[in-house]
Write a protein that binds this ligand. Structure first.
Ligand code: CP3
Length: 344
């Protein structure tokens, strides 16, 4: 077992006492860093995800710069879906675009199960990273079945999820078959990362906030739960995150998370009441606050720390990913502030 149990990050995930509140940032390994933009020049996003040398360097960049308490593996949620046979691209400024959307049973046959050998580049990159990172934990991740399905069915990003919801309500058998297949792919993808040495995993259901609680519980939660349940014996903390999930927080915890990620709309003390005393929380500074000047950043970060104190464990993060225009120096300063203010 390679889980770094003594690290502040893993301890906070487990609700154990920590020397300081650990901090990392969703999307820390990305476009806000000039060294990232430089190394990515002329290399497509999917190609860079398949090159262990690049993955290693990009994952390490924010750790060197900000002194964060965890690294997040550089990849994308659609990488396993591409490995499963779906023709797709990640278009700069747009996101994942699927050549032929998955809308029928015949389409579903194009999405096969994956074997660890289909993502051997992931194993190689994680092993390289774990060796380089030493005592800093590496977080593995995957997209949850609903969020992945939304890209496959819509063919790209969506604001309304019309086609996704049309299948969910109108063709529940096909919907359940698609989400079950995605859950299987996601679980294999996460197990590959665990076997190669990550210390925690985060399941991103970024767009689950489009659903009511009743529909989430009926159409989505069983599939996410099967992924999270499949990792019980892996022994790594499981973080479950989505955006706009105020009404889903309780269910997202119940789905089998050790840590529930909370966006900036719900104060962490309110979130903790909903989620209950058995799980830690992660979040939740609004990424836009990083543009408002240091005094505001400091005041809001102190508020987040104070509200996070009501949970058994708190991992400081943003309420969603770092915006590309963010000044990286603000992230460095914020990391130091969180460490200093929470030091005990
Ligand atoms: O630092 C990290 O967070 C690690 C890397 C990471 C990426 N994508 C790299 C990336 C992670 C964890 C993801 C997850 C991801 N990908 C999610 C869930 C997280 C979230 O933000 O809710 C989602 C929904 C995707 C799908 C996706 N891929 C989107 C929405 C985009 C952005 C489109 C854009 O350019 O605005 C991508 C592309 C992507 N993934 C980039 C990066 C660094 C940008 C690609 C580039 O620089 O060309």
């Amino acid at each position: 077992m390679t889980v770094l149990e003594d690290s502040p990050f893993v301890r906070a995930c487990r609700g154990l006492p920590v020397p300081h509140t650990p901090v990392w940032f969703m999307r820390q390994a990305g476009r806000s860093l000039p060294e990232y933009r430089k190394i990515r020049q002329g290399v497509g996003m999917l190609e860079s995800c398949r090159r262990p040398d690049l993955v290693t360097e990009i994952t390490l960049q924010p750790v060197r710069r900000h002194n964060v308490d965890a690294a997040i593996f550089f990849s994308d949620i659609v990488v396993p879906v591409a490995a499963a046979g779906i023709d797709l691209d990640i278009v700069a400024g747009t996101g994942p675009v699927v050549a032929e959307p998955v809308r029928t049973e015949v389409d579903l046959a194009r999405l096969r199960a994956i074997e660890p050998g289909d993502v051997a580049f992931i194993t190689e990159a994680v092993e390289l990273l774990v060796a380089e990172l030493g005592t800093t934990p590496l977080i593995g991740f995957a997209g949850a079945p609903f969020t992945l399905a939304s890209y496959l069915i819509e063919g790209g990003p969506s604001r309304t999820y019309l086609k996704t919801k049309a299948m969910m309500y109108g063709a529940p058998d096909l919907w359940n078959a698609l989400l079950a297949r995605l859950a299987e792919i996601t679980l294999t993808f996460l197990k590959v990362q665990v076997d190669a040495g990550v210390s925690a995993v985060q399941l991103f259901d970024s767009w689950a906030g489009a659903l009511s609680e009743a529909d989430y519980r009926r159409f989505v939660m069983p599939h996410s739960a099967s992924v999270l349940r499949g990792l019980v014996d892996a022994g790594v903390p499981r973080i479950h995150f989505g955006v706009g999930t105020a009404v889903l927080l309780e269910a997202m915890g119940e789905a089998g998370a050790d840590v529930v990620g909370v966006d900036w709309r719900t104060p962490l003390d309110v979130a903790t009441k909903r989620i209950g005393p058995d799980r830690s929380v992660q979040g939740n500074l609004d990424p836009a606050i990083l543009f408002a000047g240091w005094d505001t950043v400091e005041r809001e970060a102190r508020r987040v720390l104070q509200q996070g104190g009501s949970a058994p464990g708190h991992v400081f993060n943003l309420g969603h990913g770092v915006m590309p225009e963010t000044d990286p120096d603000v992230l460095t300063r914020l990391t130091a502030l969180v460490h200093e203010v929470s030091s005990r």
